[in-house]
Each structure stands twice: as C-alpha cells, then as structure tokens.
Write a protein that binds this ligand. Structure first.
Ligand code: K1U
Ligand code: ZN
Length: 177
C-alpha cells in the first residue's frame, strides 16, 4: 500500500469525466488500498481516484463507522434536502455550506467486484455524493453561487500562490498510529 500524491484545484484530471472500470482486478484493488491509505494520511472522510490522478470510477468513503469501496457507483434515488459544511482534500483550507439530497440509495461494486446496494443519510450520504461528483469532474464549489465560488477561488489562489497542483502528504499530516 502507498500514500499517493494529491491533485489540487487547477489540475485538469479533477475536471475530467472518469471512465468506468471494466473488471475489478489486481490494479483496481491496489488503487482502492492506496486510496484508503491516502485518505487516512490526509485525514479525510473520502477520496476519489481522480484526486490521485487516476480517471477511473473508483472512490472510497470512511465516515460514520463505514469503510465504503465504490466502483462504478450510481445513485439510484434521492430524498429530501440537507445543508452542511464541506471541505475537499483537493482544495485545502476552503470550506462552504452545500445543499444536497438528505437521503440516497447507492448501487456500486465493492472491492470483491460484487454489486451492493446501500441506503445512506447524514454525513455518509454527503460524502458519497461528494465523491461521485469528483468522478464526474464536479467540485463542491460548483454547488455554490458564482459570486461565492469566485470569492473562495480567488482567496485560495492568493493563499496558495506558487504551491503547484500536486501535493505530497507529509508525515506530520498523517494520523498518529
Ligand atoms: O473528497 C474529498 O476531497 C474528501 C473530503 C470529503 C468530504 C468532506 C466533507 C463533506 C463531504 C465530503 C474530505 O474529507 S475534506 C476533510 C474533512 O474531513 C471534512 C471537512 C469538512 C467537514 C467534514 C469533514
Ligand atoms: Zn473533494
């Protein structure tokens, strides 16, 4: 397993539509394991493959006691509406309230390649939606008004000037064992 570098705002892969996984083989299982390791090292609650530069429909979520693997995930139904704060490992130190469906039904393949169905709400539902957005090239900023988005992006660019679009997760950012 390995902690992979994170792609940050400005990297083209974050705006790409990720392609479906044809078969869950060794390469995909390695990617899944690395996504969990990178998510944990970066102290996130989710991570999509394109955030580590791989444009495949694979993402992981670690929230509310669940460790979810999502390969080719699809949200098949939604209900209600909920507003809460989100952040993104690809846009460090930027947070904003985002409105999303409150309850969802997810269908995806797991690490073993078997299909599963999951009903989710709360932070788990939010994180699942955030990660599936990533696979479609959508960032949480896209859910905000144009004015709010421009404000946050300008501030982010000012505060992270010259830092580049790839971030190596350094050990001091890692979760203690
Ligand atoms: O995909 C990512 O960029 C990871 C992202 C997932 C996420 C956070 C918040 C709501 C929905 C999805 C993060 O893990 S950001 C860091 C974080 O742990 C966090 C930030 C704000 C609220 C809750 C958690
Ligand atoms: Zn994100």
């Amino acid at each position: 397993m390995a902690v992979r570098d994170l792609h940050l705002l400005g990297s083209a892969v974050l705006r790409q539509q990720s392609g479906p996984v044809a078969e869950v083989g060794e390469e995909t299982r390695q990617l899944i394991d690395d996504l969990f390791e990178t998510m944990d090292a970066a102290r996130g609650i989710g991570l999509a493959a394109n955030q580590v530069g791989v444009a495949s429909r694979v993402a992981v979520v670690g929230a509310e006691g669940e460790r979810l693997v999502m390969v080719n995930p699809v949200i098949t139904s939604t209900e209600g509406s909920d507003r809460a704060e989100e952040g993104c490992l690809s846009i460090p130190e930027v947070y904003a309230d985002v409105t999303r469906p409150a309850r969802i039904v997810l269908e995806a393949l797991g690490r073993d390649g078997q299909p599963y169905r999951l009903e989710a709400e709360g932070l788990l539902a939010r994180a699942i939606q955030h990660e599936i957005d990533h696979l479609d090239g959508i960032l949480f900023l896209d859910h905000l008004s144009a004015l709010k988005r421009q404000l946050l992006v300008s501030r982010y660019r000012r505060e992270h000037r010259g830092e580049g679009i790839i971030k190596t997760i350094r050990p001091e950012h890692a979760r203690p064992e």
